[in-house]
Design a protein around this ligand. Structure first.
Ligand code: ADP
Length: 874
């Protein structure tokens, strides 16, 4: 029984054990025999592997649980346990559930003695740890994400011990920003990089962090290279694995600081502008209330900003009368319109009104809504005042200008009237002066030619002639100047023979120069290219050259005078050089002024001081500029360049030689001389009769008309100024006669004015001759008009042969009468005798008339007494 009891007890124990094994929910227990066949498979094993106990029993481990990982180790372990009986494990491996699902298993193997053969049984106890494994993997994964996150944070992140003394970890951004590696940072710790500007506040901050768990403050981090970075540090107290640590995130404030500073600068600048602007800056809200204005406005208005801030600007600043109008303008504007240049006054604190020009701009928020109105105002009170003053001045000035203009107009009219009077006066004077001069020069020339003039008297005659010539030159100069001043001088542009003109000038100057013992030369720097015929004003050129050369000879006592020509394309340069005294520098600027004479000029006692003035004006009119260089004691050079373009020869250019008389075998023209001045009348009659013309005279216009009606002359010399009837009227009357058209009428005029000449031609004259009469011109005009042929003197012999009347054919009585009349110097008696002779002895009558009209009673007497006619002085 004891054994039975013992067996019973064992059985009970075994059953209890088996029940325990069966019921154990989590531990899968399998028993294997040595060959690895299942001999026991509890219910938990069914759970883990999916095989029931019946299916599993007798199968090998490989058939039931194909081990994926750790298979070799498990088989090894099984083998070892089977052989040694020692325990192995626990081992972790991955096994397959019957369905194919993977299970993590923790397995412990050991051996127990078996029955009945005592073969050991390998016991395998497995626990399913799949869930635990999954949780572990999940944890690992989440940790790696956190780290990645940590490192990919753009801002530096630090994990710091709770006392703030050591780094536990730093992220990549922290190393990148601060210039240390992670390890270096962990080593140097927070002390090396943190430089808070306010160290003394640190304990306070830690206290707060402990209290609230989170603080934000600004500090400065120092980079490895020493550069300081302003940062905003967010610190949070966290629990890490049961340990309290501080997590810090540093945000770089450099850019924000820079922007802030920039903004501040801009704000300061704008404020500076507003504060110092010399213009009103006024900001109103949309209801027209004053938000602010600047110190300029304070000074101008006398109000402080605080006085008016928040008040309606219309009521505070505008004169009452403008308020309503401005109210509507403001309403319209506050909408958004930008206005410019509106003028609206303000009233200052002390009640003064200032005129302000406003420029208004709405100030908008970023969404475009109008927030306020910015009004810029310029005080234009002063400007207005000045403008008004200026306007008043301008009006005054206009009045003054108008007054002055009318005064000037009066003065101009007066001056013009005076000028006209002067011109008339000069024309009269020139007539009055030239007429007697005509006689003086004419008769002195005639006397000069008389071989019987005693030597002693000849000198006196020469003096008369020279003085007369000088007087004529003076009159001409004065006339020329007045013509120039009246703007009446014009230059012609006609073809002329340049060498002939120069030759004539040379001839006149050479005589004078040689008389003073001076060498005179005309040089051309390029003889070959000097054109023969040129277009220009020969008359004015001759005048200028005669004047300059005349001066040169006049003022030079020793040495030479030279006229030098330099042809240039289309122009010619003229230089008149002398070796005279030169002109003092002080006089040089003045010698071209009218009537100015330097000392040597005054010393000569002649000249008018007009020559250079006239020359300069002529040169200017001809297109040049008269200049002078002079060295005292060495001489002077007067020079000018004028356009004288070459051209072809003018038609009918003949070199006239002196006329002796009419050539034979042609009708003798009958000439009427109408001249009130007896001497001139006689002179002309003598000249013309000498030349063989038939001459009748008239003392005024009326007589001339009557004479013409009677005798129908071929040619009339008509003095234009005569008493009773002047030349204009007489010409008109003659032209009005039935046969008054055919006669040639030529005017004799002392006027040098072109206007007078035009009037003369308009009156019906065909030509005119200026007084004093030039015989050659006179003959030339008649020859042209009447188609005459003349006998000419050979060469240029100066002395004209004096025609001596042949009295041999006259009876005694007549000769006696002539002698008596001549002895009595009775011209009238002589003329009567001449008239008696004319029908039968026209030639003798003409010769006698010439002597009578030239008052050569001496010669007349001599001829009669000689009793015979022969020609003297041939
Ligand atoms: P004038 O009738 O006195 O010659 P001009 O007008 O011709 O008047 O000359 C003005 C002045 O210039 C003269 O008075 C003289 O003093 C000076 N002058 C002109 N030409 C010469 C010269 N070739 N040499 C020296 N002095 C001269």
């Amino acid at each position: 029984t004891e054994r039975l009891l013992a067996a019973q007890t064992l059985k009970n124990t075994e059953e209890r054990l088996r029940a325990t094994l069966e019921q154990s929910p989590n531990v899968a227990v399998q028993w294997y025999d040595r060959s690895g066949r299942v001999i026991y498979w509890n219910r938990a094993s069914e759970q883990i592997y999916g095989w029931t106990s019946q299916e599993a029993l007798g199968k090998t481990l490989d058939q039931l649980i194909p081990v994926l990982e750790g298979a070799v180790a498990f088989k090894d372990a099984f083998q070892r346990v089977a052989e040694t009986g020692n325990q192995v494990g626990p081992l972790e491996y991955r096994a397959h559930h019957r369905s194919g699902a993977v299970r993590w298993v923790l397995s412990t193997l050991f051996a127990i003695p078996g029955q009945p053969d005592d073969q050991p049984i390998v016991v395998c106890m497995d626990v399913d740890i799949t869930e635990r494994k999954r949780a572990e993997a999940a944890l690992l994964e989440s940790e790696s994400v956190s780290r990645q996150l940590y490192n990919s944070m753009p801002d530096p992140v630090f994990t710091v011990t709770s006392d703030g003394k050591h780094f536990l970890d730093v992220n990549d951004a922290a190393s990148a920003v601060l210039g240390y590696t992670r390890e270096e940072l962990l080593q140097v710790g927070p002390a090396a990089i943190d430089a808070p500007p306010d160290k003394e506040k640190l304990p306070e901050r830690f206290a707060e962090l402990r209290r609230t768990g989170h603080i934000v403050h600004e500090t400065v981090h120092i980079r490895r290279d020493g550069h300081r970075i302003p940062v905003e540090l967010h610190s949070r107290s966290i629990n890490l694995g049961g340990q309290s640590v501080i997590l810090g995130v540093a945000r770089d404030l450099s850019e924000r600081k820079r922007l802030q500073e920039e903004l501040q600068r801009q704000r300061d600048f704008a404020e500076g502008l507003i504060e110092t602007a010399q213009a009103i800056i006024l900001v109103l809200d949309t209801d027209g209330r004053i938000l602010r204005f600047n110190p300029y406005m304070e000074r101008l208005s006398g109000y402080r900003l605080t006085d008016l801030q928040g008040q309606d600007w219309l009521g505070a600043l505008l004169p009452p009368r403008d308020r309503n109008a401005m109210q509507s303008v403001f309403r319209a504007q506050s909408g958004a319109v930008q206005t410019s240049g509106q003028i609206c006054p303000i009233v200052t604190h002390c009640g003064e009104e200032r005129q302000i020009e406003w420029h208004n701009t709405p100030l908008r928020a970023s969404d475009g809504a109008v927030m306020a109105l910015l009004c810029l105002g310029q005080d234009i009170t002063e400007r207005r005042r000045i403008e008004a003053e200026l306007e008043a001045y301008r009006q005054q000035l206009e009045v003054r200008v108008a007054q002055r203009t009318s005064e000037l107009e009066q003065a101009r009219d007066a001056a013009e009237a005076a000028n006209r009077a002067k011109t008339v006066f000069l024309a009269n004077m020139s007539h009055e002066l030239r007429t007697p001069l005509n006689a003086i020069l004419g008769f002195s020339q005639i006397m000069e030619r008389d071989p019987r003039i005693p030597e002693g008297q000849r000198h006196n005659v020469e003096t008369i002639k020279r003085a007369g010539g000088h007087l004529l030159a003076l009159i001409n100069d004065v006339l020329e100047i007045s013509r120039i001043e009246a703007g009446r001088t014009t230059v012609t542009r006609e073809a002329f023979d340049l060498p002939a003109t120069l030759f004539a000038v040379e001839g006149m100057i050479r005589l004078k120069a040689e008389a003073k013992g001076l060498a005179f030369s005309v040089e051309c720097s390029a003889q070959a290219s000097l054109p023969t015929h040129v277009l220009g004003d020969a008359h004015h050129l001759r005048q200028v050259l005669l004047n300059l050369l005349g001066n040169a000879v006049k003022y030079t006592d020793r040495g030479s005078v030279c006229l030098r020509l330099t042809p240039e394309p289309g122009r010619i340069r003229f230089e008149v050089e002398d070796s005279g005294p030169g002109i003092p520098a002080g006089d040089l600027p003045h010698i071209f002024q009218a009537f100015y004479q330097a000392e040597n000029g005054i010393g000569k006692g002649e000249g008018s001081g007009l020559g250079l003035t006239i020359s300069q004006e002529f040169v200017r009119l001809m297109g040049g500029e008269l200049g002078v260089t002079s060295r005292l004691g060495r001489g002077s050079v007067f020079s000018f360049t004028i356009p004288l373009p070459p051209c072809s020869a003018p038609v009918g250019a003949v070199q006239p030689s002196r006329v002796l008389g009419l050539a034979p075998d042609q009708p003798i023209p009958r000439v009427l001389v109408a001249e009130d001045h007896a001497d001139n009348r006689a002179l002309l009659r003598a000249l013309l009769e000498h030349a063989g013309f038939e001459v009748e005279t008239a003392a005024n216009g009326r007589e001339a008309v009557e004479a013409f009606q009677r005798d129908h002359h071929d040619f009339i010399w008509m003095d234009m100024r005569m008493p009773v009837m002047d030349g204009y009227a007489a010409t008109g009357a003659i032209r009005a006669l039935p046969d008054g058209k055919g006669v040639v009428i030529a005017a004799l005029t002392a006027s040098a004015f072109k206007t007078d000449r035009d009037a003369i031609l308009a009156a019906g004259c065909d030509d005119f001759l200026a007084k004093p009469v030039d015989a050659e011109r006179l003959f030339h005009i008649m020859g042209e008009r009447l188609q005459l042929r003349y006998r000419h003197a050979e060469g240029g012999a100066p002395s004209a042969p004096q025609p001596i009347p042949d009295l041999t054919g006259l009876d005694r009585e007549l000769r006696a009468a002539i002698r008596q009349a001549a002895a009595a110097l009775d011209a009238e008696a002589c003329r009567k005798i001449v008239e008696r002779l004319r029908p039968d002895h026209p030639e003798t009558a003409a010769a006698l008339a010439a002597l009578v009209e030239t008052f050569r009673f001496d010669q007349l007497l001599a001829t009669v007494e000689a009793g015979q006619g022969n020609r003297a002085g041939t």
